[in-house]
Design a binder for this molecule. Structure first.
Ligand code: BDP
Length: 331
């Protein structure tokens, strides 16, 4: 049996064993299985681990979080599926792959929707952020509770061939995008060839030349050592996608109201705590990747990039005009 399947089975068995009737569940020790594609020490992983420590302290050891980092339970597609069936409880995923499930969330996935990180933070911290979390939690088939957001900086294109200084430089490059048609359309409208695949398949795809590169923030590029396969990191800044912390709805419904409230409160705190860790890590990662040989290029004029993605806005944004307006008006 592959390690991943084995872990999946183990997770399913433990969760199923722990979930008896609602009242028995309310008394028993509950170990919440959490997962993240990133390794220990990464801001999102660290924030969830800290949340686990708080839960343990506040519940006198009755509630705790067991972290499975580094894609041990698969990529985000697998993480979402496992959370939906209750084989794990907490998944830290990007808003990226959630767009096809909850269309309103796709608005955060539109290229160049946020002016800068402060604008993005303002939106996720405010009423729009709350509304979209509720949309996710109330969604009849998504099977997930939206707990909070986290920062994930700005996504920039990297590749093995050449620096991207202007939009023409993207022509013909095969660039891995997250699993959501919106992103493939985005890359194609910029002139590259978008290839959708899971984060768990990316290193191999770069190694074997299936793709020429990908796009991500500095900490993901650096911690995944992607500079080893794609050293040209160019500040295209085309996407700024927040992260999500989601909870399995089937497990959630078995928790007491008090436990739900406690988890929700610590998750909201995690949103702010992760942010501090994030900004420090962004700077640290930039330094490390340069030391490791990454060639970082600024893109002087992003206008042509912004104009090229208009069709993506028409296709995915037309049905959310009012929401987009409110985001743009957020100051
Ligand atoms: C990273 C996100 C992670 C995504 C990954 C990706 O933190 O959730 O899985 O990008 O590109 O920035 O798939």
């Amino acid at each position: 049996m592959k390690r991943r399947d084995f872990l999946k089975l183990g997770a399913a068995a433990t969760a199923a064993g722990a979930l008896g009737t609602t009242s028995a569940f309310a008394q028993a020790k509950i170990v919440l299985k959490a997962t993240d594609v990133h390794p220990l020490g990464y801001p999102t992983v660290e924030a969830v681990e800290r949340m686990g420590k708080k839960l343990e302290a506040a519940s006198g050891g009755r509630l705790s979080i067991q972290m499975f980092p580094s894609m041990q339970l698969g990529g985000e597609k697998e993480m979402i599926e496992q959370a939906q069936v209750g084989a794990l409880q907490i998944a830290r995923i990007s808003v990226g792959p959630m767009g096809p499930l909850v269309p309103e969330l796709n608005v955060f996935n539109l290229p160049f929707i946020f002016r800068d990180e402060a604008h993005m933070e303002k939106v996720i911290d405010g009423p729009i952020g709350d509304e979209l979390l509720k949309k996710l939690s109330d969604h009849p088939t998504a099977g997930l509770i939206g707990l909070c957001y986290m920062n994930a900086g700005v996504r920039n294109v990297y590749n093995s061939k050449k620096p991207i200084e202007k939009i023409e430089d993207l022509k013909g490059l095969k660039i891995r995008m997250m699993g959501n048609p919106l992103f493939v359309d985005t890359m194609n409208s910029l002139g590259g060839n978008g290839v959708a695949m899971g984060f768990d398949q990316l290193t191999n795809a770069m190694q074997t030349g299936v793709v020429d590169g990908a796009e991500n923030n500095e900490p993901s590029y650096e911690s995944g050592q992607h500079y080893r396969y794609a050293k040209y990191y160019s500040k295209t800044g085309h996407l700024m996608i927040p992260e999500l912390l989601v909870f399995s709805k089937v497990t959630w419904e078995k928790l007491s109201k008090d436990d739900q409230a406690m988890i929700a409160k610590f998750a909201r705190e995690a949103q702010q705590e992760q942010r501090q860790l994030w900004h420090a890590r962004e700077a640290e990662s930039l330094k490390k990747m340069k030391e490791a040989g990454a060639v970082v290029t600024e893109v002087a004029d992003r206008k042509p990039f912004q104009e090229a993605v208009k069709p993506v806005w028409d296709k995915y944004g037309a049905q959310h005009k009012a929401l987009i307006q409110r985001i743009q008006d957020a100051k």
